[in-house]
Design a protein around this ligand. Structure first.
Ligand code: F6R
Length: 245
């Protein structure tokens, strides 16, 4: 695929770092205003923290209504000891937002019958009507979810081996704890099928990979580049991350 391939929906919102959470929250609010029980696909990690804080602030102030929102997890560790993306999401957002298990589609995390559990995850999401807004962070190697370089656009929800780079980056979330060698991720096919996608990117250290994502060749070498083929994609970047665009 050539670098000249047209962007399907390159809606790029560049904001000062201090306005990042509010800009992203505005887009989430738009989805929730259209549909109170919207399905939100949620990532973990450093990038979405200002968004989650802002959504919780708005909900507490009566400015946002999360009472019917449904959440689909984006990814999870497989067969982990003490680390868990579900636990992370509960601590940083779900518990305070009042999203209980009945409104959470958890990613399977046990190795037993994992292939069937991945199919079941996709079926459950379909039964919910699919994802209204898929939020994503961007890995330094261009991964989205745990779709590491080499992941194809038609990949399904599955077990993946985590790159060393990703495992090192994840150590930051869990100081001193063991990061599993494998994860489970929503496949690119399902991510790209979301009715709207919101890629969140913060910090100068993401500027080079954001440039490759938006301006480089569309290829499995940078899985996030496939987002340019989806119908309704927004990128919210702070000024540092957008510095090379
Ligand atoms: C997390 C996830 C990852 C992160 C990405 C960026 O659930 O799916 O793809 O979004 O690694 O991580 P941060 O935001 O910590 O830089």
């Amino acid at each position: 695929m050539s670098a000249a391939e047209p962007l399907a929906s390159p809606r790029l919102v560049v904001v000062p770092a201090a306005g990042f959470g509010a800009a992203a929250a505005d887009l989430v609010a738009q989805t929730l205003a259209a549909r109170g029980d919207a399905v939100l696909g949620l990532p973990t990690g450093n990038t979405p923290i200002p968004l989650y804080q802002e959504l919780l602030r708005r909900a507490a102030a009566g400015e946002a209504n999360l009472s019917r929102a449904r959440v689909a997890m984006l990814d999870e560790y497989l067969d982990a000891g003490t680390v868990s993306f579900r636990g992370w999401l509960e601590d940083h957002f779900l518990r305070a937002a009042g999203v209980g298990p009945e409104r959470l589609l958890a990613m399977p995390s046990r190795p037993e019958n994992i292939a069937a559990a991945c199919v079941h995850y996709e079926e459950q999401l379909a039964a919910w009507g699919g994802c209204d807004l898929q939020l994503l962070g961007l890995g330094h190697n261009g991964h989205i979810g745990f779709n590491e370089p080499g992941s194809e656009a038609d990949s399904r929800t599955r077990v993946v081996r985590l790159s060393e780079q990703t495992r090192r980056a994840n150590e930051e979330y869990w100081p001193g704890r063991e990061i599993p060698a494998r994860g489970v991720t929503t496949g690119l096919a399902l991510l790209l099928a979301a009715r709207r996608i919101l890629l969140l990117v913060r910090g100068e250290d993401k500027a080079a990979i954001l440039e490759r994502t938006l301006r480089g060749p569309i290829s499995s070498a940078v899985p996030a580049s496939f987002l340019r083929r989806a119908a309704d994609v927004w990128v919210v970047a702070d000024e540092a991350a957008a510095g090379r665009l």
